[in-house]
Design a protein around this ligand. Structure first.
Ligand code: NAP
Length: 561
């Protein structure tokens, strides 16, 4: 009975390296890896050893016999990645499983490399992991929030708890004796880029893309118009979005854009609150959803079904849990697209869409309607949103959809970092392989590096950041070995003192563990994974309950640093 990769696949490729028979593809050294929507196990070659199960950081792999009914479509999806052939017939090897990049090797005899990583989301944690594979490297990870792990905590939808399981890997990385957390410390406010460079050989920014791309149509300023990313942050209890006003009094909401974020937000707005009550959704979002009047969320795409931005695994997951419908006119588009689709993944998406029921007048439970060829034109309403007007794409036919809530979900946008160049059009820091480059001179900015969304733009999955960070770390270590990085001007011991003088409410790893323990204890009382703090002051108060580590452990940590 072969193993099967399911919806929460993060594509970090750990399973590929664990597999003794090389039956998981595309592997990181194969061309399709960077664009794959997930990884797939070859059912003919799998020897059912389960090594991949232990390696997977998000619990996405299970033996076929243990799949839930909702996961069964993934059996065919894994198999369909490989050509049909008789049992036992092996495919010729397409991968040597050579590492994508040679592991970085610090070679400057006896010298210690110290790196500041700014941002503790997946790109930052994978970068720290890669750096710490080397002896004599110290990594200090900074985050402006008192809680780490970026979008895993604040972006992944609360009903995707498997995906959030990657934090167990991140906790192991953070537990490394040469890893230090400086949480609740904002670079640009408490410390500058120059401060960081004075205490480290290099600063690696993994700050993501904190803003939404804004839709520039009339009426976006009306109450009731907002963004999906703010809504997801509110749902997840991000302290900056705790007060977000999401108007759920009207029976219809419209989401513009049909990427995976749009699917996440539409699914949460239509899920039974009793189901969400078993997750770590923020209490205020849960309360609001319990009294929500929303019966239908329309996900409006400007292009055709064949161009849908959501991925196949997420569509399979959505249609197995939510009521999803399509108008008759959109069914016609799906049929036309099926006739011309060539790529297997796109065909599979269209086949799922073709089987969706036609939207009828009355919804028995809150539902999601996928809608196509709708170019946003203007938002209607006087003192709040009452409808959204689209133009049928490529025509001037106006289509109005009544709604009390409009959420745009048209992608994220990176923000400039003080002291570094910025490419405003692409909303990334200009770089070559993660080395920050000044476009004015074409030269590398000494000691500055980027990884994750601020390096490559807002695309890919959690695990995509592993290979992205590996590339940057490899270049950073090469620069160190080549003597291109300046030794820090200040002694390492002075960093802690400086930070505490600028931010007395600094949260360290013990403080974060105390916050996490308090949240889990609150969750235990309600049968939930955790009940999150959504206020920074509460987080800092919980962190203050951290016990000092025993003297022996502190001494050992000091020796190992
Ligand atoms: P996305 O996948 O880039 O989708 C953006 C959507 O916005 C597209 O449908 C795009 O349509 C539309 N759009 C852009 N500009 C528009 C405009 N002016 N008017 C109307 N529509 C417009 O972005 P995302 O959903 O924010 O996701 C970001 C990344 O995170 C993706 O790589 C996604 O897969 C990943 N993610 C993954 C998961 C998961 O695996 N569970 C969950 C969330 C996010 P066009 O195609 O026509 O441009």
């Amino acid at each position: 009975m072969p193993h099967v990769i399911t919806q929460s696949c993060c594509s970090d490729g750990s399973c590929v390296y664990a597999c003794p028979v090389n039956c998981i593809h595309p592997s990181p050294d194969e061309p399709g890896f960077a664009t794959a929507e997930m990884l797939y196990i070859d059912p003919v070659a799998c020897v059912d050893c389960g090594a991949c199960v232990s390696a997977c950081p998000v619990g996405a792999i299970a033996p076929e016999s243990k799949l839930t009914d909702k996961q069964l479509p993934f059996v065919e999806l894994n198999a369909s990645f490989y050509p049909d052939r008789p049992a036992g017939v092996k495919l010729p090897p397409t991968s040597k499983l050579a590492p994508v990049l040679p592991a970085p090797a610090v070679r400057r005899g006896g010298a210690e490399l110290t790196v500041a990583v700014v941002g503790s989301g997946p790109a930052g944690m994978y970068a720290a992991d890669e750096l710490l594979t080397q002896k004599g490297v110290r990594v200090n990870v900074f985050d402006k929030l008192p809680t780490p792990f970026g979008l895993v905590r604040a972006g992944v939808a609360p009903d995707h708890q498997h995906t959030k399981g990657v934090t167990q890997l991140f906790e192991r990385i953070a537990g490394h004796p040469r890893f230090t957390f400086y949480l609740n410390v904002e670079i640009g406010q408490h410390l500058s880029h120059a401060d960081l460079l004075a205490h480290h050989h290099a600063v690696l920014y993994t700050v993501g893309a904190p803003h939404d791309r804004r839709l520039d149509i009339p009426g976006m300023e009306l109450p009731g118009a907002g963004t999906a990313t703010e809504t997801v942050a509110w749902i997840n209890g991000h302290p900056d979005f705790a007060g977000t006003d999401v108007d759920l009094r009207h029976e219809r909401a419209v989401v513009i854009g049909n990427g995976n974020v749009a699917l996440d937000v539409a699914r949460i707005l239509t899920t039974d609150p009793d189901v969400l009550a078993r997750t770590d959704i923020s209490d205020s979002a849960l309360r609001a959803l319990r009294s929500s009047a929303v019966r239908e969320v329309v996900i409006a795409a400007r292009r055709r079904p064949i161009d849908s931005a959501f991925t196949l695994p997420e569509l399979i997951g959505l249609t197995s849990t939510a009521e999803v419908v399509l108008d008759a006119g959109d069914h016609d588009l799906v049929r036309e697209d099926l006739a011309i689709a060539t790529d297997a993944g796109t065909k599979a998406k269209l086949e799922i869409l073709a089987k969706l029921p036609v939207a009828s007048g009355v919804a028995e439970r809150p539902r999601i309607r996928l809608a196509y060829r709708l170019t946003p034109h203007r938002v209607l309403g006087t003192d709040r949103v009452t409808a959204v007007e689209f133009l049928r794409t490529g025509t001037d036919e106006a289509v109005q959809i009544e709604a009390g809530l409009l959420l745009t979900s048209i992608g994220y946008r990176g923000a400039p970092i003080a002291g570094l160049p910025f490419d405003d059009a692409a909303a990334v820091v200009p770089n070559q392989g993660g080395r920050v480059v000044d476009p004015a001179t074409g030269k590398a900015v000494t000691g500055a590096y980027v990884a994750g969304w601020i390096k490559r733009g807002p695309t890919g999955f959690i695990g995509t950041n592993k290979s992205c960070s590996m590339e940057t770390v490899s270049n950073l270590v090469d620069d160190f070995n080549d003597g291109l990085l300046r030794d820090p001007a200040e002694r390492p011991a002075l960093l802690d003192k400086l930070i505490r003088s600028r931010q007395p409410d600094l949260v360290d790893r013990a403080g974060w563990r105390a916050i996490a323990a308090a949240e889990t204890a609150r969750g235990d009382a309600e049968g939930r994974p955790r009940v999150k703090f959504v206020d920074v002051a509460d987080m800092v108060a919980a962190a203050a309950n951290a016990e000092d580590p025993p003297l022996a452990r502190r001494l050992l940590a000091g020796l190992l640093r």
